[in-house]
Design a protein around this ligand. Sequence first.
Ligand code: GUN
Length: 276
Amino acid sequence: MGMIMNGRELADELQLEMIEEVKKMPVKPGLVVMIVGENSASQTYVKNKERAAEKIGINSKIERLPESVTEKELLDLISKYNEDNAYHGILVQLPLPAHIDEEKVLLAIDAKKDVDGFHPLNIGKMMSGDADLIPCTPYGIMMLLKKYNVPLAGKNAVVVGRSNIVGKPMAHLLLQEDATVTITHSKTTDLQEVTKRADVLVVAIGKGHFINSSHVKEGAVVIDVGMNRSPEGKLIGDVDFDDVIEKVSLITPVPKGVGPMTITMLMRQTIDNAKK
Ligand code: GUN
């Protein structure tokens, strides 16, 4: 029977430390979050970020922009906050509408304020082993693995999904800890054969219950990044939790697994930036 890696509990523990830390700071850390349009998942993520910031004592500002906002208007707003010393972190919620060039937007954010770790400069630093600001979901997962003393050096780590937000940076952070890393994706042949070799399996493919017991090795550590709706409207992960729980040694649940850690690491990087 696998043990649960409680992301909610670790997030609460880290956030309590941050509350005390922020109280002692001469300047209040500031975070601006920009959201374009009405994507309901994005709205929820942004609300959760706002709530966490308030709890910790971070000054957060949400810039809600209509779907019709032009690329230039968004870029101008980013420039404004790049220059505003009250804000130490800038985050543009993704995805953006099709008429806005995401790459251009991420490049426009001052790399020093890029608390999401999506700027090409920060990606490059992370890949060369000189990480500064790093994507918050993989960062949160590394904290969870550390908390639960999961050994990584020499282990087989398999990442399912190759997004810029999770899969690719995750693979690099695991590599940095001397794991032997394989990245798999929707076009991988015989996925099962690869995932069954994983000592640590990170799943971020965005398909509800995509991974089941036939994909996992006995005793594996499974990290589920998925946030999907079942046909009944229930929040479910990319991993069929009930099917794999007997086989794994450790697993993150959905909800209360990776999600709270992502937000916590965003707050961590905002505070660190304010201190710099
Ligand atoms: N969309 C989904 N996850 C994220 C995230 O971590 N940051 C941003 N900016 N957008 C996202």
